[in-house]
Design a protein around this ligand. Sequence first.
Ligand SMILES: NC(=O)c1ccc[n+]([C@@H]2O[C@H](COP(=O)([O-])OP(=O)(O)OC[C@H]3O[C@@H](n4cnc5c(N)ncnc54)[C@H](O)[C@@H]3O)[C@@H](O)[C@H]2O)c1
Length: 253
Amino acid sequence: MKFTDQIVFITGAGSGIGRATALAFTKAGARVAVADVNETSGRETVDLIQRAGGDALFVACNVADPVQIEAAVRQTVATYGRLDVGINNAGIGGAFARFTDQTPDDFNQMMAVNVGGVFYGMQHQIRQMLAQDRPGGAIVNVSSIAGIRGMPMGAPYSASKHAVIGLTKTAALEYVRQRIRVNAICPVYTHSAMVDDLINTAPGMEERMRRMIPLGRFGQPDDIAQAILWLCSDENSFYTGQALHMDGGLTAG
Ligand SMILES: NC(=O)c1ccc[n+]([C@@H]2O[C@H](COP(=O)([O-])OP(=O)(O)OC[C@H]3O[C@@H](n4cnc5c(N)ncnc54)[C@H](O)[C@@H]3O)[C@@H](O)[C@H]2O)c1
């Protein structure tokens, strides 16, 4: 897959899946805006890319704030001239707690970051793609297997990830004629800071989680990154409005 000279904007690219995706796009020839609320880890991603010979820019951005997302997209376009791909990946895992113990603050924070971040991210990415001389582009929103199935002890997270799929399908239909393809990806447990937090909630948790996955292992960030590149590639021009399960076979049964 080649993305030579394409401009890619990735939220949450300071860690885990977002960082692996940023590295994979730059290896495939793209220039990448690394958008993250965490400046230290975001700049580390840029450093890793530059040391590997790639081109990347850090843009500070809290995705829950529409003003910050707009400014981050503008800064990307001011630096690189256009936008071809948007990856709305930033997310939080929230409290691991029963439905009745979840608090209004946790619920609202989850919706602000995991749903608001994708909604505002897509709004500003699509506005930019429509304004360009060659309209078109690709967007991938990072949902989860918890966006397909219920997740005991994670009601706000599961609700937020179901919402991501609704936003994805709707935007895909609205902008299909302008050749903007919009898809979601639904990873199962994938090694990252977020999953380490979950593993550490109880002894034996990692093994119990692993046993749920038919392929017998967690995903690696690069497994998800390669699927995201495939979703965005020009060779994949007939695929839009879908939620791709990257789950080691979990939802096949
Ligand atoms: N790791 C998994 O098992 C798994 C499974 C399914 C879905 N996901 C989803 O994948 C995405 C990436 O998660 P990850 O596992 O790489 O986690 P991670 O914690 O390693 O990375 C998340 C990144 O998002 C950034 N971020 C968090 N809140 C932000 C905000 N408000 N604004 C901007 N940046 C923000 C963090 O600073 C961090 O760099 C998330 O949307 C997550 O829900 C992860």
